[in-house]
Design a binder for this molecule. Structure first.
Ligand code: 13P
Ligand code: SF4
Length: 369
């Protein structure tokens, strides 16, 4: 049966929902101060400004994964991001550290597009077709269970910040890769490495079949039919429209965007790279950015001081619904509870899953020190 709870924000005591912004901020300030070094608050770049304001560290998925080991003194990590990020933090954190997610309904629709049961079916078929010549590579935007399956089969995790290096390594191990769950990051990365589109096949988890253009045995990359609902909104037409409006504009996009959009853009990269590109722009320059709204809006404000003009590649774009589920009310609530000795929303990955999944994370971190 469909779990309708997944479509709603986590219910917390009504006093938090009704509280003024100023009161919520006062709770957060007070409780953070009380917890001191025992607490570290990490936030992804896609979080809202009023959440980022409280973060000890802000980063993209790769940067945040790398930051975990810096905070050995913290008993609790509050992760303002989405579920797979908190799972990753739990696997990389020390045994006694607790990782909390302020709203349990902050998932990722892309990560949900690949279950371990679907992966088992795909793997059986691909192994039969390609006879042990495939390495599984999973985007960090996947469940811990999927990472564990990949770890058991010698594979690795990638993020958008290191996909080129990690996928290059994967090709030194096996002739082919299965890249999941984001078809776009997989396609864009493989293309960047010189693999032609005709050597990329697509695995369709719903129908359990493989589609490809030419010769089966020439296939080097099997893409999983998954996508990010935020980044798949960007189209070539939007790029063309921007260029018509502002002929000197630079278009930069995230590699979770479609191949034809990345192809038309001036540059592409992880959220951290997009930020770097924006900061590098000189006064008077104009950029259109294809990524989540919260980040583009923040850059717009920050860059205005430098007279760099930032545009939304798609002014009608929808933000990431699940990232936005983390709000001041949930953050204030979870901190109040923590100070009162009640640990809420702890994300705990089973030891057996961690054992295998961590192999893929350690390999990734080793490749991108
Ligand atoms: P990065 O943090 O790797 O840029 O990925 C963006 C994203 O969609 C996170 O969910
Ligand atoms: Fe998932 Fe896309 Fe949201 Fe990132 S932006 S959490 S990939 S749905």
């Amino acid at each position: 049966m469909l779990d309708l709870k997944a479509f709603e924000k986590q219910v917390i005591p009504v006093m938090y929902d009704k509280a003024d912004t100023a009161d919520l901020k006062e709770i957060i300030r007070r409780q953070k101060k009380k917890l001191g070094e025992k607490l570290v608050l990490l936030a992804h770049h896609y979080q809202k400004d009023d959440i980022v304001e409280w973060a000890d560290e802000v980063g993209d998925s790769l940067e945040l994964a790398k930051k975990i080991s810096k905070y050995k003194q913290a008993e609790t990590i509050i992760f303002c991001g989405v579920h797979f990020m908190a799972e990753t933090a739990d696997m990389l954190a020390g045994k006694t550290q607790k990782v909390l997610l302020p709203d349990m309904s902050a998932g990722c629709s892309m990560a949900d597009m690949a279950s371990v049961a679907q992966l088992q079916v795909a793997w059986k078929k691909l192994e039969a077709l390609f006879d042990g010549t495939t390495l599984p590579v999973t985007y960090i935007n996947s469940t811990a269970e999927v990472k564990a399956f990949v770890g058991k089969h010698g594979g690795v995790t990638v993020t958008s910040g290191n996909a080129k290096e990690v996928v290059s390594w994967a090709f030194t191990k096996k002739r082919r890769i299965l890249f999941l769950p984001d078809q776009h990051l997989g396609r864009n990365t493989a293309y960047l490495l010189g693999i032609p589109l005709k050597q990329m096949a697509m695995w369709h988890p719903a129908t359990k079949d493989l589609s490809y253009e030419e010769n089966l045995q020439d296939i080097r990359v099997i893409l999983w039919e998954g996508f990010c609902s935020v980044h798949q909104q960007f189209t070539p037409l939007q790029v063309e429209r921007m260029r018509k409006l502002f002929p000197d504009i630079k278009v930069i996009v995230h590699p979770e965007c479609r191949r034809d959009v990345v192809d038309l853009a001036d540059d592409f990269g992880s959220t951290a790279k997009l930020i770097k590109l924006a900061y590098k722009a000189k006064s008077g320059e104009r950029l259109a950015i294809g990524t989540d709204n919260n980040l583009v809006e923040r850059l717009q404000k920050e860059m205005a001081k430098k007279e760099v003009f930032i545009h939304f590649l798609n002014p009608m774009a929808c933000a990431c619904l699940t990232m936005n589920r983390i709000d001041l009310a949930h953050l204030a609530w979870i901190l109040d509870e923590l100070v009162a000795g009640r640990v809420q929303n702890q994300i705990t990955v089973l030891d057996e899953t961690t054992k295998w999944a961590k192999l893929t994370l350690d390999k990734m971190l080793e490749l991108t020190k």
